[in-house]
Every structure is written in C-alpha cells, then in structure tokens.
Design a protein around this ligand. Structure first.
Ligand code: ADP
Ligand code: AMP
Length: 213
C-alpha cells in the first residue's frame, strides 16, 4: 500500500504516520526527518538545507528529489510506504510521478488532514519530537507517558529549532503558496481522501484505518 499524508505543517502527518507503521508495517518516508538526520550528521547536503529550514522556507526541489529517488528505490519500500511531507511543490509531484512510473508503482491513497491555520501555531509551538525515531508529541494535546521521554524508543524529547511562532508563519506562507495547490493535483487523480484534522488524534487514526481498509 503506497500512501501519502498531505496537509499543512503541524496538521498531524507525523503523528498518524506512526500509527500506520504499527498497523500496516510499511515505512514512513519523511523528507523533514531525512533532512534533520543529514544536518546532525553534518553532511554537505544537510548544511545546505539548514538555512532554508531555519527560515521556514522550502529546501530546493533538486535536493529533495534526489533524496526521495534514493529512498523509494530501497528494498523496504517494495511492499508500500508512507510519504510524509513530500511532495511540497508541483515540480516534486511531477518528479514523483516519473519515479513511480520507473519503479512500476503508483499511489493508492492521498490522505489530506485538514486543519485551519489558526490551530497550527499552538500545535507547532507545543510540539516535542524524538530525534532518535522521529515521533511527535504535544505538551498539552498529546503528552508522552513520561515527561520528556519518547513513548516509542525512550529517547529524550526536544523542541525543533524551526518550531517557533515566527518560523511557523513563514512555513504557512510556503504551504499556501507552493504546497496547498497540490490538493487539486491529487483530487483530479481520484486518490484523495479528506479528513477533518481538528478531531481527536485517536478518532483520526480510526478514520484513516477505515479508509485504508
Ligand atoms: P506534521 O507532521 O503534520 O507537521 P505532527 O504530527 O508533528 O504534524 O503534529 C503537530 C503537533 O500537533 C504535534 O505536537 C502533535 O502532537 C499535535 N497533534 C497532532 N494531531 C493532533 C490532533 N488531532 N489534535 C491535537 N493535536 C494534534
Ligand atoms: P517537516 O519536518 O515536514 O515539517 O519539514 C521541516 C522543513 O524541512 C520544512 O520547513 C522545509 O524547510 C524542509 N522540507 C521538508 N520536506 C520538504 C520538501 N518536500 N520540500 C522542500 N522542503 C522540505
């Protein structure tokens, strides 16, 4: 099953991706997590991406398309994958079409988590993430069982450098200008399922499971 989670920054894609992994045993492909890993490894690509990420701007398409090509070609994607945070531009969506064609694959479902901008700032500023496994929590809306520790792997939770009020505003601008138009691209393909992303996390999880079957 090849799935894409679509939505604004903070819409809940990473949170739901973890439940889909547990239920369906397919890997999450988060370009944001891959870029953060490259930054912590100190690679040239990571260093180039960092400035864009810190400013809340999109990393250039050529970089992103390169990392996705490598990742989707790996063995563990053969039986399915969850795209999280990719594609974010029309050029990325078109490159994905080409790549999937070359790999003899297609997208089965795009799940759009719809959340209005006014809820996003509180979600993002209260987010705490696990750098070790990418899990995402919220100090108020989805606290970890032990404060500051990841429920999945026990890692120490941190606040992402770009999860500030100022940066969120830039990220929302990038989202509306460059990413939101992709909604129609996928709707026209007939693979789009829309979910009210303002509901309770567990309610959304069950809705996604019933869509995926
Ligand atoms: P994304 O991956 O789309 O950027 P996350 O999954 O990291 O978003 O969620 C952003 C923040 O909002 C996290 O702190 C998360 O715990 C919280 N969150 C996710 N889903 C919900 C929800 N349905 N209701 C309230 N808070 C949520
Ligand atoms: P995320 O973890 O999805 O919130 O992404 C964090 C940041 O990484 C974004 O604000 C962008 O700077 C960058 N990024 C992640 N995925 C992409 C992408 N597909 N295209 C461009 N930039 C990306």
């Amino acid at each position: 099953m090849n799935i894409m989670l679509f939505g604004a920054p903070g819409a809940g894609k990473g949170t739901q991706a973890k439940y889909i992994i547990d239920q369906y045993g397919i890997p999450q492909i988060s370009t944001g997590d891959m870029l953060r890993a490259a930054i912590s490894e100190g690679t040239t690509m990571g260093m180039e991406a960092k400035g864009f990420m810190d400013d809340g701007k999109l990393v250039p398409d050529s970089t992103i398309i390169g990392i996705i090509k490598d990742r989707l070609s790996q063995e563990d994607c053969k039986d399915g994958f969850i795209l999280d945070g990719f594609p974010r531009t029309l050029a990325q969506a078109e490159a994905l079409e080409e790549l999937l064609k070359d790999l003899n694959m297609s997208l089965d479902k795009v799940i759009s988590l719809n959340v209005p901008d006014e809820l996003i700032v509180d979600r993002i500023t209260g987010r705490r993430v696990c750098p070790a496994c990418g899990a995402s929590f919220h100090v108020e809306f989805n606290p970890s069982k032990v404060a500051g520790k990841c429920d999945y792997c026990g890692g120490d939770l941190v606040t992402r450098k770009d999860d500030t009020k100022e940066t969120v505003e830039n990220r929302l601008v990038s989202y509306h200008e460059q990413t939101a138009p992709l909604f129609h691209f996928y709707k026209d393909k007939g693979v789009m399922a829309e979910i009210d992303g303002t509901k309770d996390i567990n309610v959304i999880k069950e809705e996604i499971f019933s869509i995926l079957g």
